[in-house]
Ligand binder design. Structure first.
Ligand SMILES: Cc1ncc(COP(=O)(O)O)c(C=O)c1O
Length: 345
């Protein structure tokens, strides 16, 4: 089953997809304007791989460009199966919980969910149990909980499991990107990255995968279609990680300064209205609303605002909502509309 936020119609104030509120920066718009579709992209993505590798301080043979993080996730799961792993442990709630469950079953995995425990104020990773025959799939920071897992706890999981796939789609917008496993050199780790969220480019479809396992990388390359990354995406990544690398790093730094401030504004406003907001270290928050999430969603939609309900996530209750961090003005409007709705129930 495929369920996703970000389906808000034009004109709707969208808090349902977690895109960087500061993006896109001017240099990205410039790169997109210069795109040339008159030729095929480089069949081997030689320069693209080299640029991604250089920027991340890894070897170019350890990098595979992908059509967004999604393609990296699907390809890694398929390859885990081809490598003979039989079980798939999804750390939930997680982005694409039901979608990945369906896919893993379809390709022959036995699927289990490790549901992250939570108290009054936060979700934690808990004790993920996975053995040599299993692949573990999780996101860091976790979408939807906003929990940022520590490197050591993740490496411990990788030591015990057959493979650990870490979806780092939001790592550069998190409070501490040094928790990334990029460059970890651990042979049982696959890191999946995306430029979608940090640069607000969901339509461009660009990301990449990192692994030091040669055989795994070879299999991923073999199962991906030729020219899986379009010319424009190729050019944008090369520009962002090359010519504009300094501006890009400064932009991410600025985003990481702004996001906690905007997040705090949202947390304070919603807490005052009786929401229980869980600690988040990402550019979105998970909260328990004082009323049913679907009802709140419907009422807000009637007022031109979209949020994310718990639909499609494993391990959330009927009052859980996920809300993206946006500009103060937008957040003020959301808080004011929620206040109005709650005053009438
Ligand atoms: C945790 C996570 N990973 C991956 C994706 C998909 O990223 P992309 O658009 O780069 O495929 C999303 C999109 O919502 C996400 O939330």
């Amino acid at each position: 089953m495929k369920i996703h936020g970000g389906l808000a119609k034009p004109g709707i104030l969208d808090f349902s997809s977690n895109l960087n509120p500061l993006a896109p920066p001017g240099f990205v718009i410039e790169l997109i304007r210069g795109c040339d579709y008159s030729t095929y992209p480089d069949y081997y993505y030689t320069e693209l791989r080299a640029t991604i590798a250089r920027f991340n301080g890894v070897n170019e043979d350890e990098v595979v460009p992908t059509n967004g993080a999604s393609e990296g996730l699907y390809a890694s799961l398929m390859v885990a199966r081809l490598l003979g792993l039989r079980g798939c442990v999804i750390v939930s709630p997680n982005y694409g919980d039901l979608e990945f469950e369906d896919y893993c079953r379809l390709i022959g995995f036995r699927v289990t969910h490790h549901v992250m425990p939570h108290g009054e104020s936060s979700f934690t990773l808990g004790d993920v149990k996975a053995g040599e025959g299993e692949v573990v799939l999780l996101s860091n920071p976790s979408n939807p909980t906003g929990t940022l897992h520590g490197r050591d706890e993740l490496l411990e999981i990788a030591d015990a499991a057959g493979l650990l796939i870490v979806d780092e789609a939001y790592i550069n917008l998190s409070d501490d990107p040094s928790m990334s496993l990029m460059g970890s050199g651990h042979g049982k780790v696959v890191v999946v990255r995306s430029l979608t969220k940090e640069l607000r480019l969901p339509g461009l479809r660009v990301g990449y995968l990192y692994s030091t396992n040669d055989h795994l990388v070879e299999l991923v390359r073999a199962i991906l279609p030729s020219w899986n990354v379009n010319n424009c995406a190729d050019e944008v990544v090369k520009g962002v990680y090359g010519k504009y690398a300094e501006a890009y790093s400064a932009f991410l730094k600025e985003s990481r300064t702004e996001i906690p401030r905007l997040r705090e504004f949202l947390v304070n406003g919603l807490s005052e209205l009786g929401f229980r907001v869980y600690a988040s270290r990402a550019n979105f928050i998970l909260a328990e609303a004082p009323i049913d999430a679907e009802r709140l969603y419907g009422e807000l939609l009637n007022r031109g605002i979209a949020i994310r309900t718990p639909r499609g996530f494993i391990g959330l209750g009927g009052r859980h909502v996920r809300i993206a961090v946006r500009g103060v003005e937008h957040e003020e409007r959301l808080i004011s509309e929620v206040k109005g709705i709650l005053s009438r129930v």
